[in-house]
Design a protein around this ligand. Structure first.
Ligand SMILES: [Zn+2]
Length: 286
């Protein structure tokens, strides 16, 4: 594989991202969008913590729940990017069609094109990044340099921002992982591992740029959780009633370390300015 080119990495910077999508991939119409009933609590949580939010929104959510998107836009310091059109779980649909339909829905509600993209389940196929670059995206945040059996294995990919060899015009802002354990910085893992993991994070080195991912269903219990299979129920429901508090503690931990909270699009704009690009080293990423 051709080496990627490094991009400058801001330090002590954290970006809280939310993938705004329906709960899960189930059939029952009664369960659709149940987690959106918790939007009040979510807005109150982010407002209280006073952190800006980067939202990757699914095209179908923009069509089905435009009022929820507008509400986050109006009431929070939030920016929006695209998270596919139909959130296909099986990696079977064409990215070109997802981008075309997703962008149309995005424009309809938000009145502009999305700058950034995140793929469902962090699955990126060969050629996808050049498709995104050709479609005019400035950045992608779909690569998680970790290992999820049967889904992705990106342990050999950079953990810092980079310009991918196949699409040098596109900035990749990877989802961050614990430097030693390679556990992704996601609300689902904070919730699942709970208090002992928070205590470990208090003693851990953390990434210079920390891109954190979350979903509404990581924070709030709904009847949709109870409809999952037994193993997934265990994983998705464990500690969920304490999940907002766990997030609050994590934000506090980052503040104590001197992190500044910013939106991912702003970080992308800063990294991609010509001045800053000129400073980037054209050495392979380690
Ligand atoms: Zn998703």
């Amino acid at each position: 594989m051709k080496p990627a080119l490094t991009a400058p990495t801001p330090t002590d910077t954290a970006c809280i991202t939310l993938d705004l999508e329906d709960n899960w991939d189930f059939e029952s119409p009664d369960l659709r969008y149940l987690v959106f009933d918790h939007l009040d609590e979510y807005v109150a949580l982010l407002d209280r913590l006073d952190v800006p939010l980067t939202v990757f929104v699914v095209g179908q959510v923009l069509e089905d729940r435009p009022e929820a998107v507008r509400r986050l836009d109006d009431e929070l310091d939030a920016e929006f990017h695209l998270h596919s059109y139909q959130h296909d779980m099986h990696n079977e649909v064409s990215l070109e069609a997802e981008v075309r339909k997703g962008t149309r829905a995005f424009e309809e509600v938000l009145g502009r094109d999305p700058d950034g993209y995140r793929a469902p389940r962090f699955i990126v196929n060969d050629g996808d990044l050049s498709t995104l670059s050709d479609a005019g995206f400035a950045f992608d945040s779909s690569i998680c340099p970790s290992y999820r059996p049967g889904v992705y294995n990106n342990l050999d990919l950079p953990t810092r921002p980079y310009y991918p060899a196949e699409a040098p015009g596109l900035l990749e802002l990877p989802v961050s992982v614990h430097p030693r354990l390679k556990i992704p910085f996601e609300q689902s893992y904070l919730r699942l591992f709970g208090e002992p993991y928070l205590r470990l994070l208090e003693r851990s080195a953390l990434p210079d740029l920390l891109v954190f991912n979350s979903h509404l269903h990581d924070y709030f219990h709904t009847a949709a959780h109870d409809n999952l299979g037994r193993i997934r129920q265990f994983a998705f429901k464990r500690n969920i009633d304490r999940s907002p508090e766990t997030f609050e503690r994590f934000v506090g931990l980052l503040r104590e370390r001197g992190y500044r909270f910013r939106k991912l699009g702003d970080v992308s704009d800063e990294i991609r300015t010509p001045d800053s690009a000129a400073r980037a080293e054209s050495a392979p990423v380690e």
